[in-house]
Design a protein around this ligand. Structure first.
Ligand code: 4NP
Length: 146
């Protein structure tokens, strides 16, 4: 699960998908394309919305996406267009490029919609919207994996 800062959207996406899959079968992780928040806890607004839905984000720490992640993971879900171009520019071959997709294409097929970035100025409402979008997308992903 990839976003820009790895403190708002992708930590929530990670926790949501983790709650829907068997951890012995599926490894879920998240990262940011930037290094802005490496080592930091998720944004308190994401922690709070997670808590509301019984998800604990407090063990997560920000990290930056790295090329080795292409070796480690089969699927790479990005939150928006900018993340998509940043990650695809790091791919070393077509196989790695094919691992990357816009997460909301699981819900709005082929529409290439962004998960709105809630970092600047968004209150509870914006984070709740992000949660709902990601929860629906992760339901689809979990169903496909099972
Ligand atoms: P995220 O949100 O990509 O969903 O984690 C953001 C977090 C931090 C910044 C931007 C977006 N920032 O500019 O610091």
């Amino acid at each position: 699960m990839i976003c820009l800062g790895n403190i708002c959207r992708s930590p929530l996406a990670q926790a949501i998908l983790e709650s829907k899959v068997d951890s012995e079968e599926v490894m879920v992780d998240s990262a940011g394309t930037s290094n802005y928040h490496v080592g930091y806890l998720p944004d308190e607004r994401s922690i709070r919305i997670g808590k509301k839905f019984n998800l604990d984000l407090s063990a997560q720490r920000g990290r930056q996406f790295e090329i080795a992640d292409f070796d480690e993971f089969d699927q790479i879900y990005v939150m928006d267009h900018e993340n998509y171009s940043d990650v695809i520019s790091l791919a070393r071959n077509e196989e790695e490029k094919a691992k990357i997709s816009m997460i909301l294409n699981k819900v709005f097929i082929d529409e290439n919609r962004d998960v709105p970035d809630p970092y600047f100025g968004e209150g509870e409402e914006g984070f709740l919207n992000v949660y709902k979008l990601l929860d629906t997308a992760c339901d689809r992903i979990a169903n496909e994996l099972s």
